[in-house]
Design a protein around this ligand. Structure first.
Ligand SMILES: *Cc1c(COP(=O)(O)O)cnc(C)c1O
Length: 461
């Protein structure tokens, strides 16, 4: 491997160089993301309506389309120091192995026990809940990273944490569940008999292994029916993208230190929080006309919200208890095929990213899971880190871009988000190694069926 002496293998910031404020990209968007709507009246959700479900300060952040910089409270900055700043790594080994003239960097968010970027928002959300004097929070978790991150944050601050975990993951990922319990959370497989909506779903679909949409409905019900509790969500919402801007701000500060300007920025997209956070300061420059970047969202071909979904108001959950959000969606009843192992399985996408995509500020590609695991294994062998399947979508796209540079000879600078590690995903890796993994791509008929359930909103065709 040959290291360019002018740029270190890992670019670290000092603690003093960490961002003191989150950046709210909505402030620079000419067309703001569409507001959440009350499913009953069709009117935009008000502060008063939302505060029954979410913490007050988080509702303020959710509704704030104008403040560009929101100071990060000192207690959160101090917590961030336990595992941040995260390194920006120059993938020298990967470049050499690919024999590409491209320069590849990745921002690694897996250096904490939750194994992902989700802790960045979990600590913020738990902090505001604590500040409001609440007893605890409820949430859903799919693969388990968000539940783990929230459990860590709650235990640090002395809050109770109730997690509804998608049943199939609860059964297949017992270790994730035990990590959450190590941090004192109570973990209930969803759908469960503990909520009205859970009982209704079980009655209608006996034996169902659950979905994120079901677990969200249960967690919301648990929050509104337990005094002193609020519901928190680990992705999709504007407030989550705001907190995750810490990823992009650190990335930009690290690149600026060495005068590096990226050409392409790549992130995997489930609900859009890591991608939204990673790109935020770059997107801000793009929106203000100060710089231009290619920005690529990478999603699974089995759950292709951007590339094959519809930009429309939709329900955020299966039980239809949440507000409606305007987003690229596959329909709230969409459940990816059972053989899909790579995460990123939510039916919708952040309203902010959806609007930016609609307005042409970002591109999207979808990738098949066997190709994703090929990239994951390649990356593990070359760069040493065992990546999460979710993150490996971004690795796949970054490798593909670097290979294009090998063809064209272009010396592009590629930055991608490496959101986490895959130690709890070894069942999926095992399937891949045994040749038992297949690719499932929903048919147009499958998508038409789930999109048929979109709510009727005046002005939406
Ligand atoms: C949750 C998660 C994602 C996807 O969520 P986004 O909100 O789209 O960022 C990606 N990678 C890892 C490791 C995750 O835990």
């Amino acid at each position: 491997m040959s290291i360019d002496n002018s740029i270190p293998y890992k670019i670290y910031l000092t603690e003093d160089e960490m961002p003191a404020a989150w950046y709210n990209v909505r402030a620079d968007m000419k067309v703001k993301p569409a507001p959440l709507l009350n499913p009953g009246t069709g009117a935009p959700m008000t502060f008063e309506e939302l505060r029954g479900v979410f913490c007050d300060e988080l509702v303020r952040q959710e509704l704030d389309n104008d403040t560009a910089f929101i100071p990060i409270p000192q207690a959160i900055r101090d917590f961030y120091k336990m595992y941040r700043p995260s390194p920006l790594v120059r993938a020298y080994c990967l470049e050499e192995k690919l024999d590409t003239p491209a320069k590849i960097y990745y921002k690694f968010e897996g250096n904490n026990t939750s194994g992902s970027h989700k802790l960045n928002s979990a600590i913020a959300q738990a902090y505001y809940a604590k500040q409001q004097g609440l007893r605890g929070v409820t949430t859903e978790t799919g693969a388990g990273q968000w539940g783990t991150a929230l459990s860590m944050a709650c235990s640090y601050l002395g809050l109770d944490c109730k997690v509804y975990m998608v049943k199939v993951s609860y059964e297949q990922k017992p270790f994730r569940r035990e990590v959450m319990r190590t941090y004192g959370a109570s973990v209930t497989p969803s759908p469960s008999e503990t909520t009205n909506i859970g009982r209704a779903i079980l009655k209608e679909h006996p034996g169902t292994t659950g979905s994120l949409g079901c677990a969200i409905s249960e967690a919301v019900e648990a929050a509104v029916s337990n005094p002193g509790y609020r519901y928190v969500l680990g992705s999709v919402l504007n407030q989550v993208l705001l907190h995750q801007s810490v990823i992009g701000l650190e990335t930009k500060a690290a690149l600026d230190k060495y005068g590096i300007k990226p050409d392409v920025i790549i992130g995997c997209a489930g609900g859009g929080s890591n991608l939204g956070g990673l790109i935020s300061p770059f997107m801000g420059e793009k929106l203000r006309g100060e710089a231009d970047y290619r920005i690529i969202a990478v999603e699974p071909a089995s759950c292709p919200s951007f590339t094959r979904g519809k930009f429309a108001y939709d329900f955020c959950d299966t039980g239809k208890v949440c507000p409606l959000a305007k987003m690229y969606t596959l329909g709230s009843g969409f459940i990816p095929s059972a053989n899909h192992a790579g995460g990123l399985r939510y039916h919708g996408m952040s309203s902010i990213l959806s609007q930016l995509y609609h307005d042409g500020y970002l591109e999207a590609v979808s990738v098949e899971q066997t190709k994703v695991f090929e990239a994951a294994e390649y990356f593990a062998r070359v760069e040493g880190i065992l990546p999460a399947p979710e993150s490996s979508h971004a690795i796949r796209a970054a490798i593909d871009e670097a290979l294009k540079c090998r063809e064209t000879g272009k010396e592009e600078t590629i930055v991608f988000g490496l959101t986490g590690t895959g130690y709890f995903d070894m069942v999926a890796y095992e399937k891949f190694h045994n040749g038992e993994m297949s690719d499932y791509i929903p048919t147009d008929e499958d998508l038409a069926r789930s999109l048929a359930s979109l709510p009727q909103i005046p002005g939406q065709d």
